[in-house]
Design a binder for this molecule. Sequence first.
Ligand code: F6R
Length: 364
Amino acid sequence: DKGNHRHFMEKEIHEQPEVISHTLAHYLDFANGTSKPLDLPFDFARIDRLAISACGTAYLSGLIGKYWFERFARLPVDIDIASEFRYREMPLSKNAAALFISQSGETADTLASLRYCRSQGLLIGAVVNVRESTIARESDVTLPTLAGPEIGVASTKAFTCQLSVLASLALKAAEARGTVSAAEAKAMVRQLAEAPRFASQVLKLDAQIEKVARELSHYKHVLYLGRDTNFPLAMEGALKLKEISYIHAEGYAAGELKHGPIALIDENMPVIVIAPHDRIFEKTVSNMQEVAARGGKIILITDAKGAAHSTVNTLETIVLPDVPEIIAPIVYALPIQMLAYFTAVFMGTDVDQPRNLAKSVTVE
Ligand code: F6R
């Protein structure tokens, strides 16, 4: 039932404050400011690497997870697209653990990667949304996302719930490895707890985002740029846009612009820049200047500080609430999804059932 929404995708975007909240509450002890005990088959303090493997949007959540595990827990992460991982015969450390991420829990390539890791003697965790799925069954521990059933083919709420699980797991790893103090852990829990409230605020920007989407629907190509955790988000934005609106889109690390894609920039190629005012904001501003100097039209997604400090003319600036760095990927995922959604609505595509795509990809 879509309730009073036009599409399941719209409904699922709007469910995010609630399902993110449920998911975080499953993993975090808000009262004590710690992660909750988990029955993990491996000890984060003892492993020396974490291998993550997934497909599509789930892979991109894992890529954001890599930044978190490495930054907060000093735990090196090898992450792969499952269809590559399963055939590339990667040497795996005996002290590694493996993590698989899948909304459906049935994705063939992810399952094959899991079985490969199993054959190599690794202990396995699965971040899944469907708890009675093959991937859940074949793993040593199931780490559920509590997104509820996701009907729209384009993944939205499952993605932000995957991020919620991965942030919580990175915190758990950091606690176990002694890379955060109790006070720092408390602060992280407090910041994560605020994600649902900020997500609700972002949903209220729908009129502005719809306006930007109307503009986007007139173009054939769109480029998304971001640095750090906004780089995977740029790829997620591009993936969402192409799969439901059929507009060609690419997501790039902003620093890679001058190594190739800058050749594409002209007035026919809007560039969506995802850049909260963080440590590396100024670096992204210089990338925007490179775009502007070549006639590129910029749509900047930032916060009030970023809007004030950006010295470039933008076609539109979407100003999000000022959020702590750890929850930025969760909060910034929403305007990215909304932009793709409204653009697809303007294009008149079948938003919930885009052509050629299936919700669960059980063949390789
Ligand atoms: C994108 C999308 C796909 C899936 C991918 C993995 O919106 O829905 O890219 O993320 O097929 O599916 P799961 O998570 O079920 O393994």
